[in-house]
Design a protein around this ligand. Structure first.
Ligand SMILES: [Zn+2]
Length: 771
């Protein structure tokens, strides 16, 4: 398999509405991929309809995108992002709501009064930004505000008034609660209980707020555009109003409807207003039509509200699909259940009907996910011509999600072409192609195949990897040997078998080391026992023997590996590549650096942003958005400084009565022809390489690096426990220490040992970032 480089993109400036449920994707990725695979104007299919920005980016790049959307909320998000109402419509709609009458009062004033609280400092009545609750209690324990009068701000203990206000609203809760579920299902509906359960995730005050606003919806005299704008703002309030806002550790992306032990109750009036800014910050509008109306060749979105199954036959007849794109969905009980609820609140029971199953289902596991994905892939297989590419993004990747997606696609006849994986925090980029129409042989998953693949990846990487990376390497091998799922096997069986094979490959082999504080296989990092320590190729070959326990020759499987003696770590290679690039291309922006780097480290080797920034921060400075090597890090300056440092070492040695000799890479302090100390001077942070190269014993060796590299060296040690262990055996000093030593009036051999450990690398750890 020829893995593609990771396509870099930009994180969107604003996350947009309902962002904690919508996949977090980078912008610019799909518009980069598409032109390499099909011409603008062609038809694309997004069978998941769950990532509005992805769909719109493809449409804006000049493609016609057919999207199937089953979830009414996802459909609304897509429609709103394609054609947001004008800001003036949002404002007018909100003003209309605010000035509507509620008894003698204005509705806006009434709703805001629900959140009144007394400023602790100046005693004035003000709006709370939020109240803080403990699960199961009848009143909040704290309030959060910023007083507009005296600027007192922060979290304060609740007053009796706050408690009374919450209890007063709770007293009439039954009525509002039944109103709320009757908009979703009828009293007689067998799904009523599920709707009631879902509504349990709303406290009385937000529920009162939302039902009051929603009951007014039909009575307001609004144009269709303004009504749409109001719906959009209410949707944001619907999400802000549930109890899935953990405090203080916000559960950023909830998947399950579970109430956190402490949570935040937002002021929903301010959330309505916030909705206004969230929705109006979307890009240029895009032509959007409902199936079967056609869209122009210049691009746009055609929406089919329903399942791919119902559409597949017609699409095959009428529309030639050139490529499939989509963010592969993972189970999200919270979003799916709430979507059914919100659809009912906003548009009534008929809108929920086709989606009502989401209310009923409680448990979604990975086997369920694989079965559902398999159904989609199977419909796609039927309607796509042979070889049609499918660019899939897998957000929030975790091992089981990856297994589920690869198994489902493979079982439906899609061939895996490429996987590019950066970290477990970035979407995985997967390319499939619609395969041949033939009965495939399937094999049992083989522990040896998984073992060889993980071994090869670790050798290629030259440093420990996350479990996700090891898992992905093994999955690719199992895909290639057609061993993901047997004929007639259920997905839960197949998924369990794969999991067990990969975990056995890792845990039943002494060549793999687990760096982890936990017991579980999928935590921490996995590395190779000792092989990267060894500079000898022959040792490495011995080490690869017996990878296949059935006696097969593993050197055949490993022939792709680098054949030099020393396996350099990925972080060392990335450091060299970035510095080389910046030498040749000063004033490059970050994306240009990624563009150069990722093709050099494709597939599972994709370096993380943190790694790239660690190198940049060490070597370069940023002027506006352009990166440039620091004056002292330009090659010629570094060479001069190396000469100076060499002279310094010689001078210090002289004062300590050692003679200095230079060999190929080291400076040796000798006495009576015997080596006492060895200095290995680096201009870089390639400490791993230095340790592999220097033939002298660690207790004699001192590695000298520029102070500007200390943070980078510490970063590497932090992310690579094997390197950290090796570094611990050596003394490492910064250039500046040698300068200081030369100034010391009394320099003696007795105190030298102590002096060289007085300025450790860890001092620069303050600015560390992980991954
Ligand atoms: Zn105040």
């Amino acid at each position: 398999m020829d893995h593609q480089p990771y396509i870099p993109g930009l994180s969107p400036a604003d996350p947009g509405p309902l962002s904690r449920f919508i996949p977090a994707l980078e912008e610019g990725v799909i518009s980069h991929w598409l032109p390499h695979h099909t011409q603008a104007g062609n038809w694309l299919l997004d069978p998941f309809g769950f990532a509005p920005r992805l769909t719109l980016e493809a449409a804006r790049a000049g493609y016609r995108v057919l999207v199937t959307v089953n979830n009414p909320i996802a459909r609304f998000l897509l429609e709103m992002s394609a054609n947001p109402p004008l800001e003036s419509d949002f404002k007018a709609a909100l003003a209309e709501l605010e000035t509507a009458k509620k008894g003698d009062e204005r509705l806006g004033a009434h709703l805001q009064s629900l959140y009144l609280t007394t400023c602790e400092k100046c005693g004035k009545e003000i709006q709370a930004q939020s109240f803080l609750w403990r699960k199961g209690e009848e009143s909040p324990y704290a309030r959060v505000y910023t007083c507009p009068h005296c600027e007192d701000s922060g979290e304060r203990v609740v007053t009796q008034n706050d408690i009374d206000r919450a209890k007063k609203i709770a007293a009439t809760d039954g009525l509002h609660r039944s109103r709320a579920f009757e908009r979703v299902v009828t009293l007689k509906d067998e799904d009523r209980i599920y709707a009631e359960e879902a509504i349990e995730h709303y406290l009385p005050r937000p529920l009162y707020f939302l039902t009051t606003v929603i009951n007014r919806l039909d009575g307001l005299n609004l144009s269709p555009e303004r009504k749409r704008a109001l719906h959009a703002m209410i949707l944001v309030a619907c999400d802000a109003g549930n109890t899935l806002w953990g405090y203080p550790s916000e559960r950023l992306r909830p998947k399950q409807l579970t109430i956190p032990n402490q949570f935040r109750e937002h002021n929903l009036w301010t959330m309505l207003e916030r909705g206004l800014s969230l929705w109006t910050e979307t890009g240029s509008s895009v032509v959007m039509e409902a199936w079967p109306r056609k869209i122009p060749e210049s691009g746009g979105v055609c929406v089919y509200e329903g399942r791919l199954k119902e559409l597949a036959h017609e699409v095959k007849k009428e529309i030639p699909i050139a490529a499939v794109i989509g963010s592969v969905p993972r189970p999200n009980q919270a979003f799916w259940t709430l979507s059914a609820l919100w659809a009912g609140w906003l548009w009534g029971r008929e809108a929920v009907e086709p989606y009502k199953v989401a209310l009923r289902r409680r448990r979604y596991d990975w086997a369920w996910n694989a079965t559902a994905l398999h159904a989609t892939f199977s419909h796609l297989f039927e309607l796509l011509p042979l070889g049609t590419p499918f660019f899939g993004l897998l957000p929030e990747p975790e091992p089981s999600f990856l297994t589920s997606a690869l198994t489902a696609a493979n079982a439906a006849g899609f061939d895996l072409k490429s996987i590019a994986l950066r970290t477990e925090h970035d979407p995985v980029q997967i390319v499939w192609a619609r395969g041949e129409h033939l009965k495939r042989e399937t094999n049992e998953p083989n522990v040896d195949d998984a073992r060889v693949a993980i071994y090869a990846h670790l050798m290629e990487r030259g440093e420990p990897v996350s479990y996700l990376h090891a898992h992905a390497a093994a999955l690719i091998a199992l895909t290639e040997s057609h061993a993901l799922k047997q004929k007639d096997q259920e997905f839960d069986q197949a998924l369990r078998a794969i999991q067990s094979v990969i975990q056995r490959a890792l845990t039943e082999d002494e060549r793999f080391v687990h760096y982890s504080t936990g017991e579980s296989v999928d935590t921490g990092l996995w590395g190779l026992a000792t092989v990267t320590l060894s500079p000898s190729a022959s040792l490495r070959i011995n080490f690869t023997k017996g990878l296949y326990q059935d006696g097969r020759d593993s050197s055949v499987a490993l022939k792709e590996l680098p054949q030099n003696d020393i396996i350099e770590s990925l972080s060392d290679r990335v450091e060299v590549a970035i510095v080389t690039f910046l030498q040749k291309n000063p004033d490059s922006i970050y994306l240009e650096i990624e563009d150069d780097l990722y093709p050099r480290f494709p597939g599972l080797l994709t370096p993380s942003k943190a790694m790239i920034y660690a190198v940049l921060d060490s070597y370069a400075g940023k002027d506006k958005s352009a990166w440039k090597l620091r004056a002292e890090d330009v090659a010629s300056a570094r060479r001069n400084e190396l000469n100076t440092i060499n002279a310094l070492i010689e001078a210090v040695g002289k004062r300590l009565k050692y003679s200095t000799r230079k060999d190929e890479k080291n400076l040796l302090w000798e006495e009576a022809g015997k080596t006492q100390y060895v200095f290995y001077v680096l201009a870089s942070a390639l400490v791993g390489r230095a340790i592999l190269e220097t033939p002298f014993p660690p207790e004699q060796t001192i590695i000298v690096i520029p102070g500007g590299r200390a943070a980078l060296a510490s970063y590497k040690a932090q992310r690579d426990p094997a390197l950290a262990a090796r570094m611990k055996q050596y003394r490492m000093v910064k250039y500046r220490l040698l300068r200081t030593l030369l100034e010391v009036p009394f320099l003696a051999r007795e105190t030298f040992e102590e002096q060289i450990t007085s300025d450790p690398l860890e001092k620069s750890k303050a600015q560390m970032i992980m991954f």
